[in-house]
Write a protein that binds this ligand. Structure first.
Ligand code: NAD
Length: 487
């Protein structure tokens, strides 16, 4: 059966989802479909009172359901039922996401939705395995490090992988015994609402997951500054992360996890397997049309192989299948908005005006919606915004080096340190580079996340604070209490 669907046939959830119930809301931010530019819905904006209602509901649900106090295995089983329902309802979730976002339906069905279910199961399994510790103290006492949930976690997610990002926040927070108030991006809110509805159908206490819709300024600020939000978990831009830190500092200090932007290098040494490197690099910048925090957007290649590598990458970047996200055959994403296309045009235009060579692309695709051609920019100045700024689009810059140290120095970004890719057959060189690179994730002779959810993800420098995924994400949702018992 084909996955293609008619976008006008999809009934969108409307309103906020609090305490297991829909709260009607109309008006708000007009939404345009990236695939064809058609206006199709609006995202209402929750004010501080509605956020307060969601937080109070979450708090009351924790008290009445005993979610934090039940045998941890009960949380495991409940979350596994939810993950099973996510798999069973994958097509509906995928449609709700595809219609508003840039994710093609085939990729949602093959990757985003099943991986989200898998990651929720991963965290569910940690609930009865990760705990405190019995620690060595003097023999007249027993020392314990006990852990307990925070209470109500405030989560805020970006527009680019809505369901998956919601899973990254909800999975560990709930497994660790918390309740959540989550605000999805105002641009892609629908699938997250359905994810929450499914949790209630799966038997999770209504009110454990509460979704409030809205923008960052009104709704986001109300969440991060709410006195009963005990911890904040955020994914989005570095600028918004900084604004959140400021708000938290002003309204009452609380722990936060910030997963922020990136401008990740791909370093290719002369001895690398070039076809392998070219494939990995092209996939990393074509995936979601470069609208991924991990996009490997800066190619740093040994001078002797740079030309051959660039032409291999260009060949792969030329093989795209653009199309509306609701058509099964579409394999190349639109850009989220006209504004983002304009930003790309201005950054690429400025680089070319200052001498960069456009080896491929450099313009929007002439078709309905917001599509931008895969773009390869050679001879770019190191100080050009094309090299320094997170473009969040399918733009790959090329810089070259002669000596190993020169290449690694180029890789070092003054602001970002999310990920790095490196390609070499020399094990010693790979390990030297791994030691030297300042990034939260380093991929060697491959690029991009695997299904090894045990590996935490998070940034160095201004790419973030704390980790998502892995044990670290689970433990970040519990606070620790040191206990010393005299015998
Ligand atoms: P964004 O920062 O504009 O918005 C992200 C979310 O934060 C949205 O829900 C938005 O409404 C909210 N927000 C904005 N300002 C806020 C404020 N002052 N207080 C509270 N909430 C606020 O980012 P975006 O355009 O949605 O997403 C793209 C960005 O996200 C890129 O920079 C990308 O690198 C980053 N990202 C990072 C990761 C990661 O794991 N590090 C993953 C995905 C995306």
């Amino acid at each position: 059966m084909s996955l293609s669907f008619d976008p006008s046939s999809v009934a969108l959830p409307s309103g906020h989802f609090i305490g297991g119930e829909w709260i009607d809301a109309t008006g708000g931010i007009e939404l345009l479909r990236p695939s064809d530019g058609a206006a199709f819905a609006a995202c209402p904006i929750a004010d501080a009172d509605l956020v307060d209602r969601a937080v109070t509901t979450a708090k009351q649900t924790l008290a009445s359901s005993g979610w934090a106090r039940v045998a941890p295995r009960e949380r495991t089983l409940a979350l596994q039922r939810w993950a099973d329902l996510i798999d069973a309802e994958a097509e509906k979730l995928a449609r709700l996401e595809a219609i508003a976002s840039t994710r093609p339906i085939a990729e949602l069905m093959a990757v985003d939705i099943p991986v989200t279910a898998e990651q929720i199961r991963f965290f569910a399994e940690l609930a009865d395995k990760e705990g405190g510790d019995l620690v060595p103290t003097a023999s007249d006492s027993v020392g314990l490090i006990a852990t307990e949930p925070y209470g109500v976690v405030g989560a805020i997610t970006p527009w680019n992988f809505p369901v998956n990002m919601a899973g990254w926040k909800l999975g560990p927070a709930l497994a660790a015994g918390n309740a959540v108030v989550l605000k999805p991006s105002e641009m892609t809110p629908f699938a997250t609402l359905y994810l929450a509805e499914l949790s209630v159908r799966a038997g999770l206490p209504a009110g454990l997951i509460n979704i409030v819709l809205g923008d960052g300024r009104t709704t986001g600020t109300a969440i991060t500054g709410h006195p009963d939000i005990a911890k904040v978990s955020f994914t989005g831009s570095t600028a918004a992360g900084a604004a959140i830190m400021e708000n938290i500092a002003r309204t009452g200090i609380k722990p936060m996890t910030l997963e922020l932007g990136g401008k990740s290098p791909q370093i290719v040494f002369a001895d690398a397997d070039l076809p392998l490197a070219a494939g990995a690099i092209a996939r990393s910048i074509l995936g979601n049309a470069g609208q991924a925090c991990v996009a490997g957007s800066r190619l740093i290649a040994a001078e002797s192989i740079a030309e051959e590598l660039a032409s291999l990458i260009a060949e792969r970047m030329g093989q795209i299948r653009p199309g509306p996200t609701w058509e099964a055959g579409s394999g190349y994403s639109p850009i989220i908005s006209e504004r983002q296309i304009g930003r790309m045009e201005s950054i690429v235009g400025a680089a070319v005006a200052r001498g960069a060579r456009c080896l491929l692309g450099g313009a929007r695709l002439e078709r309905p919606g917001y599509f931008y051609a895969p773009t390869l920019l050679d001879a770019v100045e190191a100080a050009s915004p094309a090299v320094t700024e997170e473009i969040f689009g399918p733009v790959l810059t090329v810089q070259t080096f002669r000596e190993e140290e020169e290449g690694l120095a180029l890789a070092d970004h003054s602001t970002y340190g999310l990920c790095a890719g490196l390609y070499t057959r020399d094990l010693s060189r790979a390990l030297r580079a791994v030691n030297r690179l300042q990034a939260g994730t380093i991929w060697v002779n491959r690029y991009g996340r695997s299904r090894d959810h045990i590996l935490p993800t998070g940034g160095y420098k201004q790419s973030g604070l704390g980790k998502d995924l892995g044990r670290e994400a689970y433990l970040a949702n519990r606070k620790s209490k040191s206990v010393l018992i005299a015998i």
